[in-house]
Each structure stands twice: as structure tokens, then as C-alpha cells.
Design a protein around this ligand. Sequence first.
Ligand code: VG1
Ligand code: CO
Length: 546
Amino acid sequence: MGNSHATTIATAPFADQRPGTSGLRKKVQVFEQRHYLENFIQSIFDALDGYQDATLVVGGDGRFYNREAIQKILKIAAANGVGRIVIGQSGILSTPAASALIRSLKAFGGIVLSASHNPGGPHGDFGIKYNVANGGPAPEKVTEAIYARTREITSFKIVESQDVDIDRLGETMIGDMRVHVVDSVANYQALMQTLFDFDRIRDAFRSGLTLKFDAMSAVTGPYARVLFEKELGARPGSVINAIPLPDFGGHHPDPNLVYAKHLYDLAMSDAAPDLCAASDGDGDRNLIIGRSRFVTPSDSLAILAANATIAPGYRRGIAGIARSMPTSGAADRVAERLGVPLYETPTGWKYFGNLLDAGLVTICGEESAGAGSDHVREKDGLWAVLFWLDILAARKESVDAIVRQHWTTYGRNYYSRHDYEEVASDGAHALIEALRNQLPSLEGQCFGALQVAKADDFAYHDPVDGSDSKHQGLRVIFTDGSRIVYRLSGTGTAGATLRVYIECFEPDPARQYMETQAALADLITLSRDLAEIERYTQRAAPSVIT
Ligand code: VG1
Ligand code: CO
């Protein structure tokens, strides 16, 4: 293959290649358009500097189009002068494993192929995300530069050569570029062993601890099999749906109470294991349910932070915590008690990168089932499960007991997200526009027992690089600390999705055991009235409640 040569092919811009919350996500059919993927990959190279002769990491969650995309990327990268590409075997790398590999290899960056928790298959979604040298998603200024380039592109470079065998471990050449196919799991596994007490978890499994982990026929299967069953000795069959399938077996690989209801039902049944857990398509999200106790992602973040020193990787304590703005304030109370700073960032993992790089925070999380730490620059689903296992092994208490004790100590943040999915885009934007204009007049107003303390359009000033991000969600904050937050999703591929986040704080242990929707009932009604959701979206009720 060494003699394959680069050619330049004329192309024209596509109008819609603006990356969203987490990279470029579109229907597979959109990606299959002639030159669509080529344009975007060439735009990445055009927007970057310094990748010549350097190493890039490439891998994805195994969904439909993963293999085709990788072959194209290899040929375009070779034509652009990349020195080496490291690929996970068969094109498989979970998002956190890709992040870990970029960091271990001191690579220039990486291309992660996934549409995360969105369905896959020929009629599902595909996605491309560019990650930088710290292993994290490219910051806004890079994604904007890539987007700007997609608007002007006139040609791309590609080598004409045969496809590379990405199923076989080892090295080969394409043009002048080396291609190195590596084990998808080994590097990630080694990293996890530095963070958690594998001996302690192994002992716990030997003493009867039980786990059910659903890989949802997505990327975490191979990782979970090796880590939980082979290394840690969880009973065979603890990991289910462990083979990554291009269409995720027709399921929706989103580990929430809707798409992983079977796990919830198991956790609430007499046959419940100690821990039920799941991850999403690309392995960066986590679902944690103990026997008869669902742990909200916001609570999970707070509990991991509060118990961090149990795990060897965090024995010396944490520097600070960061959470996305809509994530509940549960972590804030932990940070306060630990005497460490709490940073509130816009939605999307890319905003945590600078804080982690600067050593200002150690643990980060989002309400959307994402948690992670400074070990990589992505959220990490299996890391969260291992962390919970280590805490269970060390404390020898149930998930339920740990959660209850946490609420007694810190108070409980009742929290729920209501999603109005795939509504008409015009109506959704009109709703946000109208509410934004109304915000100033809300301050001081009373609604029943609630008084608005502050109403604003969240803006973030990055304390590390000084950049500003505006319009990151409308917040209505009440004097008792309750909140309603409204924002539009940046990851959907059809219409618009309105997310409404509702939260209140309950310090009194005697009142901490209400059903969540009941505890939030007044705020929920108010959330619909304030924004006139039904008028703007034609929906009387949300499509998903988490
Ligand atoms: C959603 C979540 C957000 C998360 C993003 C990517 O974004 O709300 O918290 O960072 O997905 O997650 P949005 O814009 O649709 O609300 V993943 O697992 O796709 O990398
Ligand atoms: Co994901």
C-alpha cells in the first residue's frame, strides 16, 4: 500500500455541518450523501495546525457506518500528512477509552465516531466529534473554526488505496501514514486499575455482591466483560447485551428509566441484585440503581464526590467539583462541606476540560447521566459503575442506605427533567424567545408560595481561558432555592427538543421520601404555565420524564 497516492477532489459545502452539544450528529442517510463525511473530515484538518507527522486516535461505538467512516478517515488523514493513526480493534473505542488513549499516547487529538445515546442502524443516527490533545471534546473556538471551514470548502484530499484490515491487531501503512490497530480495552483497563481497589471489589464479589450491567448492545460490552466478569469476578451473566451491534439490536441505547425500564423493574423486584447499572451507545453515560433505590445522576455525582477518598485514585481528596448548570445543586452542598470550589458550566462536557486541565476540579457531572473525573476528559460510564462498586465494597452498605444517609446529612434535592421531544422547531424557538423577553419582569413576582429571586439567561465566563458562552439556558430561581430551567437540546437530529429541569431542596429528613413528581408538582405546573408550553409546542405533556 506504500505506493498509494493522494488526489484532490472537488466538492461543495453542505449548509448544515454545525457541530452541536457533542459534535456533528445527523441521520445516517445524511452522512451517506456523497462527500458529506469527506467534507467534514477535511474541514477538521483545514481548521487545525500541527497534525502533520503526529498521531491521531480514531474509534467509535460500533454503530452502523462506523467501519465505512473509518476507512474514509484513514484515507483522508493519510492524504493530509498525518503521521500515524491508532485505531481500536474493529473500530471499537468507547468515548472515555478514546479520551484515555489520546492522553496515554500523547496524541495530537482524536476522531470519535458516535451519536451517543441516539438510536443506530441504517435509519438511526451517526456522529463525528473531534477531540483535542487533552483527550476532551474540542473547545468552542475549534468547533466554530471547523464549522466555518465547512462553509467554504472546495476540495478534499484522499489517497486511493485498498481498505485497511481493522480487525487484525498490528501495524500497516496507508500511503506514508502508519496505521496501528490496538486492543480496545487494555489501555482503559490499566487506567481503571490505578483508580479503584480491584482487590477489594473482587473480595466483595466473592462474598456475594451481585451486579447486573446492561451494555445495551453498544460499545461497553467488551469493556464490561473484561472488567466486571473476568477481572473482578462478577458472576458470569452479570453483563448482558454485551456484543456491540451496528443497530444496537434495534434498542435505544439510552440508559434512562424509559429505555432501561427492565433494569428498574429488576431492581425493584425480589430478585434484585445489589447494583443494576447500564451505559449508553458510546459508553460515557451511566445508570445506577440499587436494590429498590434509583439514584438520580445529580445525586450520584454528589455521593461520589462525598465518598471520593474511599477510592485509591482520589485518596488525597478532590480539588473541586464542576456540574452543568441544569444539574441539581446536590453537589454544591458536598463542595461546601469539603471546603472546595463548585463550578457551574453550560451543558456539554467540553466546558469541563479547562477546569480539569488547570487542576481546579477533580470530579464533574451532568444531570443527563454523565459523571467523570480528571482521569480522562470525557464523562465515563464504567468509571461511575466501578466507583459505586468500590464504595459498596468498602462501606459494606446497600445503595439505598448510602443514599438515605447522604440525604440526612446534606438534605435532598428533588429533581426531574421533562423533555418535549421532536416538537416543531419554530414553536420551540418562539417559546424560548418569548420567555427570554419576559425574564426581567419575573423577578420579585410571586406564584403561590413561590417568589422569583432571579430570572436570567445563563452565561458562562471560563475562568481559565477567559472565553464567554452566552444563551446557555433560561433560569427561574426562587427565594427558597427551587429552580426551573429551560433550554433546547443541541443533540437531536429531528425537529427541536425542549428540556425543562425542575428542582427543589428538602432539608427535613421527615419530608425526603415523597415521590419525586409529587414533591415537585407545584413547580411542574408552574413550569408549563410560565412558558406556555402547550401553546408553543402543541404538547400537553412531556414525552420523556427522567
Ligand atoms: C445532552 C445532555 C448533555 C450531554 C449531551 C451529550 O445534550 O443534556 O448533558 O452533555 O447530551 O451527551 P442536549 O444538548 O441534547 O441537552 V452524550 O452521552 O451524547 O455524549
Ligand atoms: Co454518550
